[in-house]
Design a protein. Structure first.
Length: 169
């Protein structure tokens, strides 16, 4: 498969991941939004969902700002509404897509930045994409588990959105 096609496939995979995350946030029942996480009562479903966006912003800042990629603003994880978060997720998704595009255009690797001191994530585009998808999948699963553990099981069509990897027609 030509590298150009592989790059388009990787960007499409990122967009799908983002769509799944946004759909889950949009479909969450209002009653679940401020539900505390069992065992971690100071953390709520809202905070988990906001963390997804805020983590994206931190990575865009760390890896992309030096290369001219604008950093989206963080959201207040205690006050953000679902509507505000969905809008913010669109902005941070664009930032992540810009990082992936930067890496694809630089021969398949996100160029190093001075701000990236942790150095635990390989910067080839495949690993960067995989990290973001795994991170968000983990937190989507947490949200579903909180719903289950607190007796607020999500309707099948809501919980099933995390497996809707083809866009609805």
């Amino acid at each position: 498969m030509p590298a150009r096609d592989l790059g388009a496939t990787m960007l499409a995979a990122w967009r799908t991941n983002n769509r799944v995350t946004m759909e889950l946030v949009q479909l969450l029942p209002a009653a679940l939004w401020d539900t505390p996480v069992p065992g971690v009562p100071r953390r709520t479903v809202r905070m988990i969902a906001a963390h997804i966006h805020n983590a994206r912003c931190s990575w865009v800042k760390t890896l992309g700002r030096e290369h001219g990629i604008p950093t989206p603003d963080h959201v207040d994880h205690r006050r953000v509404t679902r509507r505000q978060l969905v809008a913010a997720l669109k902005r941070s998704a664009n930032g992540i897509e810009a990082l992936l595009t930067l890496g694809l255009e630089a021969g398949g690797k996100v160029p190093p930045s001075k701000a990236y001191v942790w150095r635990n994530l390989a910067l080839d585009v495949g690993h960067v994409l995989t990290y973001f998808v795994a991170h968000e999948g983990h937190h989507r699963g947490q949200i579903l588990m909180v719903a289950h553990q607190t007796g607020q099981r999500l309707p099948r069509d809501v919980a099933g959105v995390i497996w809707r990897w083809k866009a609805p027609v």
